[in-house]
Design a protein around this ligand. Sequence first.
Ligand code: FE2
Length: 242
Amino acid sequence: MTGYYDMHTHILPGVDDGARDLQETMEMLYQAYLEGIRHIVVTPHFALDSRNMPVRELMDKFEEVKRVALHTVPAMDFSLGNELMNSTGMVNALNEGRALTLGGTSYILVEFLPKDSYRKIYASLHNYIMNGYIPIVAHVERYDALIRRTDRMDELINIGVLFQMNTNSLVGGKRRRNVSYHRMLLEEGYIHLLGSDCHRSDSRSPLMRGALQDLPGELLNSGAMQAVLAENPKKILADKYI
Ligand SMILES: [Fe+2]
């Protein structure tokens, strides 16, 4: 299968800790193409306590990448957003257009610190929702407060939160305890989206097919997986509820 969506990437050249220059961006795009990815959601980091590239410049870079990509990977589609580091004031930054939602929709990709408390995570996500945004928690498998706490994930799903998992969290063989736990989360419908969270062409590179090919056939062909790979990304980018 091709036509995968990569919902979390750092491919814009010289913007964050992702691609260092346009050549690396193009290498990553080609790698993504070989992984079967055909739609890349570009999500450079945005943190209120850092220097962020102004949206206008970000958009210029995004357009430049799309233009050059026409020659290397003409079948690729792109959307622009941010990976937002959760903090007080982020809603204002979104409302004022200094920080970006995913492809101009109501959906936002939000990351937390690994040690953030559940209380803080819950309150922050609730606040985004109360302000009209639909939060997708980036690499949900990373937070101490949510690891092996599907009860908490249930609670968050019930208020409208979605979860993204990194594809490299599915790799490593069945014997790695975390990998089987991550697969269980997928199987049980706790994961709504996958992303490679790619940063470089030589390490943390775009990974999709390589992570999926080892999954058991039952899981790959399940309804939950079809939703994760195709239906959910389409609905999100069309700003529809999933
Ligand atoms: Fe990221």
